[in-house]
Structure formats: C-alpha cells, structure tokens
Write a protein that binds this ligand. Sequence first.
Ligand SMILES: Nc1ncnc2c1ncn2[C@@H]1O[C@H](COP(=O)(O)OP(=O)(O)OP(=O)(O)O)[C@@H](O)[C@H]1O
Ligand SMILES: [Mg+2]
Length: 447
Amino acid sequence: MSARILIVDDEPSICEILTDIVQDEGYTAQAVQSGEAALEIFHQFRPDVILLDVWLGGIDGITTLKKLKQLNPAVGVIMMSGHGTINTAVKATRDGAYDFIEKPFTMEKILLVIRNFLDIAQVSRSLVKPAIVCPPIIGSSAAIRQLDDTIARVAPSNGRVLIQGENGTGKELIARQIHLRSKRAEHPFIAINCAAIPEELIESELFGHEKGAFTGAHQLKTGKFEHAHGGTLFLDEVGDMSLNMQAKLLRVLEERAITRVGALAVIPVDVRIIAASNKRLMDLVEQGDFRQDLFYRLSVIPIDVPPLRQRTSDIPLLAEHFLAQVCAEEGIAPRTMSADAMALLMSAAWPGNVRQLKNVIERMTIMSPNVVIGVADIPTDLLQAESGSTLSNTDEVDLRRAREQFEKRFIEEKLVQCDQNITRAAELMGIDRVHLHKKLKLYGIRK
Ligand SMILES: Nc1ncnc2c1ncn2[C@@H]1O[C@H](COP(=O)(O)OP(=O)(O)OP(=O)(O)O)[C@@H](O)[C@H]1O
Ligand SMILES: [Mg+2]
C-alpha cells in the first residue's frame, strides 16, 4: 500500500506542486490549507507523513505539530520553512518533528526526506513484526488454482517471470506473492511503473545518476535496481518502455550489472526481475514496438491472468472477501450479500476486473444501510456496462450536457481502472494530468 502524505500549507500553489510531486512518486496525497483543517482530517486520512508549513494563518505550524503528535506520535512530520522561520523549524525537531526543509525546496530533497522517514518507520515496524504477511490470492476457479500451483513452483527459483493480463486482474498481487514466497522475501520488493515515468527520467529511475550527470541532478541518486539488490524488481507495464530503454535493460539483464547515468563504474546487482504488461507483448514484438530478444529474456516463466469475466466462479469468494474487509476497516457489523445481488455481480462485464469489483463492493457497503446487500444497492452504471453504452443510457437531450455526462462517466471508469491514480488515468486517456485535475473539479469527482 502506498504511503499517505498530508500537505499543510496556506499557499494553494505550494499545495498543488507538492501534491503533484508526491503523487508522481506513487504516494497518496491530500492537501489542506490550515492547521485546523489538518487536525480535522487527521483521523479520516490517516497520514504516514505530514509536510507542515511553519507559518500558517490560524493556529501556527508549531502548535499544529504538537497537536498532531498527540493524535499519533508515530506520524512523521516534516516542517517546511520559508525565509526567516528557519530557527523555528530547527526548534520544531525538538518538539517531535522528524526533519525540516527550507523553501525554496527541490523535488529531490522533499522525496529524499520522505523516503528516509518511511525507511526508518519500516525498519522499526519490521522489528516488531514477526512474519511477513502475504495478502492471499482469492479464487477457486481452475485458472486461480493453476495460478497458485505455478506460483508455488516458480517462487523459489530465480527465474524471470512475465505476468500478462488486463488492468486490475491482480498482476501486482501475483508478483508480490512470488517475491514473498521466494528466498528473497527478506529483501526488498521494488516496483516501478514504466508507463508512469517520462522517457527522459526512466533511465535515472532504474539505474540512478551521479551528481551533475544532467541539469537538475543536484545530488547522487541510486536507482531502483540498486534498491532492489538481493530482492525483486517489479517492472510494471514493461511494454511501455521505449526501444532505447529496452536496449539498455537488455544489457543489464545480460551483464547483471548497472551503470549509473553519468558514471563509468559498473555496479553488480543481484535482482530477480518480474515484469508485467496489460498489453500482449508478443503483439508488440510483431508490431516492432518491443524487442524480441528482450521478450524472450523476460518471459522465461510466462503467467497469463485471465480477465474476471472469464472466471466468474471467483466472483462470490472475492465479493465476500472484500465485503468482510470493508466492514472490518470501516468498523461496521458484518454484512452479507443476497443471492440475487450476487448473481447480478456474476453477470456484469467487469472491464476493470478485480480492482473494479473491490471498488464497487466498497461503494455499496458504505452507501447501503442494509445488513443484507441487495440488487437495489448495486450501482446502475455497473449493470449498464453489461449492455454496452447505448444512447438510451442517457436521458439528456442537449448535446453539450450529454457529452459532459458521458465524459464524467468515462473519467470515473478510467479512474477505477487505474486504482484512482490520476497520473496513470490521464495517460490512459491521452490527456495532460493538469487537464484531468480540472475535469475532476468540474464534475465534482472525488478521488
Ligand atoms: N485474486 C485476487 N484475490 C484478492 N485480491 C485480488 C485478486 N486479484 C486482484 N486483487 C486485488 O485487486 C486490486 C488490483 O490488483 P493488482 O493491482 O494486482 O492488479 P494489476 O493487474 O496490477 O492491475 P493494473 O494492470 O491496473 O496495474 C488489488 O487491490 C488486489 O489486491
Ligand atoms: Mg498493476
């Protein structure tokens, strides 16, 4: 699960920039503009890290810090100070702040401080945690049973695995299972989404860079390969890698060593690669968009995850699992699902697969007051998806409003498919993230 970052700054533009930076890194972000708002949202948002401005209107940063630490002493507070408040920021570390950063800050610095805190937090958690918990792969269909079998067999080896399947079918879950059931389980599992990182940054993300390697490389940075040393590197959406990067990756796989951008030294790495793609890589190979030699190197053990609509017998187990999970998380009494409702769920199309099912169950459980969740609680758009989006689904007469209605639904659907990750959803839709943010505001779609 991605770490949750709360941003507190009275300057909306700073909130926006910071939100972008941390979201791009894969964290879940929320921004508020006052100490009061931070305290109010604290229990609901449950942040792991808080970026807190020293100077705030209303109650000031230091008072906010003290109150936040009372709410949860384990939360990591990073103070942000402007000109003239640096002394206050330094003192704040005595009041429980983890660290401080000075404005204007660089993106690297912020991410570094966040990462440092999360690393420490993880270490202290792992000291008390006796065993690594493995989220189970739910399902009783032949496909899932076979999958379980394959995982058990391949996990202990170092063989490269290529997992292919539609969005939301559980590719990442499978990759984590393989890692946790391998001899590398005590070492890191590092995931990188090749589709979410711009072409010019991906090399440095994977291999790291030396200080001064390019404009903006203010300090040395280690890459994901080095982070994953001894463990597993999950290359998600590997089909989106450019041919140029594919060539570099191929070399690393052959040499089992990396070179940081701007460096000469070769650093040996011991990393098991698990790759995933929602596009069929063989098709990309045929189109000339993916190197055949790399394809064969990555797919020593291929795993194909069928879409949910092809294994509907898994739906009841999954639905019950998610239902119990939401009830536990929300602290509500256990609920059940009526047989009719379950049958309807089994007949839906599920273009967003298991992820969509999970989101729908969550929505139904929270929205419905009923102990037994029935047909009436099932969102209508889910059932409409089954019959395709025919014109009769909209009762708008005005073209503009019909278009807006369609656009809103379309965006909501894509967000579900991307697990509410705005950067990825924007990419999927072929629009700019800022543009998508505007649309979300316009249509009042809450993340
Ligand atoms: N068989 C399963 N049992 C339990 N949970 C599952 C199962 N399959 C998927 N999930 C859950 O569904 C969600 C989506 O799964 P995951 O992120 O692994 O999919 P994905 O194939 O990587 O999707 P994408 O291509 O969109 O990245 C996660 O919350 C995951 O835990
Ligand atoms: Mg994934």
